[in-house]
Design a protein around this ligand. Structure first.
Ligand code: FES
Length: 95
């Protein structure tokens, strides 16, 4: 994916090597966390962004998009966090 295709404050779910990954851009940086909610496996790509957090579309748990940490329940387990880098405008994710 091109970094320019990811708008500031937006999310995009992609599948990489069998992993469902949620990309986001915050403060011009690209972040990647698991794209499946740890509560009941909802697709976080269908969620929405609120102040640097993704809100699960099913029961509204919130996760920090930079770290994957749970911000609000009912989820209790954090999302897996992946390292990212942008090289020549292309986003790379270490899965
Ligand atoms: S499936 Fe995400 S909060 Fe329940």
């Amino acid at each position: 994916m091109k970094a320019a295709d990811l708008a500031e404050g937006s999310i995009s779910a992609v599948d990489i090597d069998g992993e469902h990954v949620l990309l986001s851009k915050i403060g011009g940086e690209v972040f990647a966390v698991a794209g499946t909610c740890t509560h009941e496996e909802a697709d976080l790509g269908q969620g929405f962004v609120l102040d640097g957090r993704v809100v699960c579309p099913l029961h509204l748990s919130q996760f920090d998009l930079k770290t994957g940490d749970v911000v609000t329940p009912p989820a209790t387990d954090p999302l897996k966090h992946y390292k990212t880098r942008v090289d020549a405008g292309t986003v790379y994710v270490e899965v």
